[in-house]
Design a protein around this ligand. Sequence first.
Ligand SMILES: Cc1ncc(COP(=O)(O)O)c(C=O)c1O
Length: 429
Amino acid sequence: MSTEKKQGFSTQQIHAGYNPKEHNNAIQVPIYQTAAFDITSPERAEKIIHFEEIAYLYTRVGNPTNAVLEARVAELDGAAAAVSLASGQAAVSYAILNAGEGGRVIAAAKIYGGTYDGYRKAYPNLGVQIDLLHNVNDLDEIKSLIKPDTRAIYIESISNPTIDIANIEAIAQVAHENGLPLIVDNTLATPYLFNPLKHGADVVVYSATKALSGHGAIIGGLILESGKFNWLGGRHPHFEEEIFTFGNRNVVETFSQFPFTGRVRTNYLALLGASLSPFNAFQILQGIETLNLRVKQESESALKIAQWLEKQPKVSKVNYAALPSSPSYALAEKYFPKGVGGLLSFDHSGTQEEIYLFINSLTLFSYHANLGDNRSLVINSPKTTHHELTPEELIEAGINPGTIRISIGLEEVEDLIADLKQAFETSNK
Ligand SMILES: Cc1ncc(COP(=O)(O)O)c(C=O)c1O
């Protein structure tokens, strides 16, 4: 057993996955701004192409700057490996497709709108049928949805925008009893607040556009894996196929420590091509250096704002799992001792006109569709992030006509409350 003490989160977020000695002693991670890498000889090319030697070939499939990002986030989350992608949506889609190929995925209905839209418009057309899971924490509902060709369960650890917390350990147990991997979108939590793999999840998805990078400057995503799930248990025939380029080995034999992300890289990143630019990887790395400080302050401010919102006459409901009034409060206490992050939503009980006036009256909150940014953001979810959903689907996703989502940044919390207060006063006239 190793006696080496594991470094703390704030040390890892600055140092993990990077050794300056391997990069000309550069203190900052260099941006390898190159499309391709010199293969040096045809003999070496053969080895690389057949995975006998692991080397950089072409930035679509791998790049040293991206590799530092992948190693760093993997370390922060306790993952065996990670693969970086051009967007969070690419990470969501590639994870669902890579797990579900030729079969079905049980997927949470209360989820980010883009993912929900993918359930209907993208994944079935690409060969993965979605079985909607109405209540992620209803284990009987999960069991009732499992069919012979079910390949995975897909959920968010904290749902966007309703801030419900998934009971990951219980869901993972049901998944594993049935030979299924549990895939968790952990975007809202970030590895600082929650590590799904340590609670039984098998694959984790991030939009790095959000709090991971934190500065609202880039689009990016990641998929991580525990490396522990048995993909040869019978439910994933696509992991059993022998592949010529792997020397007639299957993907599990080729990438024994990281079969899932290995397959994402070879079958999705290489072929569908949603590669993260090394420049954006660098930006995400910069953001991660301060992840704990940002998310801690945002969680503290969000709680104060949620408590304040609960007292406002025009607010009929506040969705924030750290509030005792939340149905997720007990799960938040169990899984999220450091807070539940900077995102919350509330139902404005006024007319559509009052809601628009409220949003238009805000001066400090900017009105746009991102979240996890250092600046505070507001959006009316049913008309924007979830606008593609039918009225029935909106109810399914836990979104009402008056649902307003706010993402709390790093401004003084008193200034944010003052802004909300004056917007309520103006719109209530
Ligand atoms: C929970 C969640 N997952 C995935 C995505 C998609 O990420 P991206 O916008 O980086 O493609 C989002 C975007 O809002 C999100 O909120």
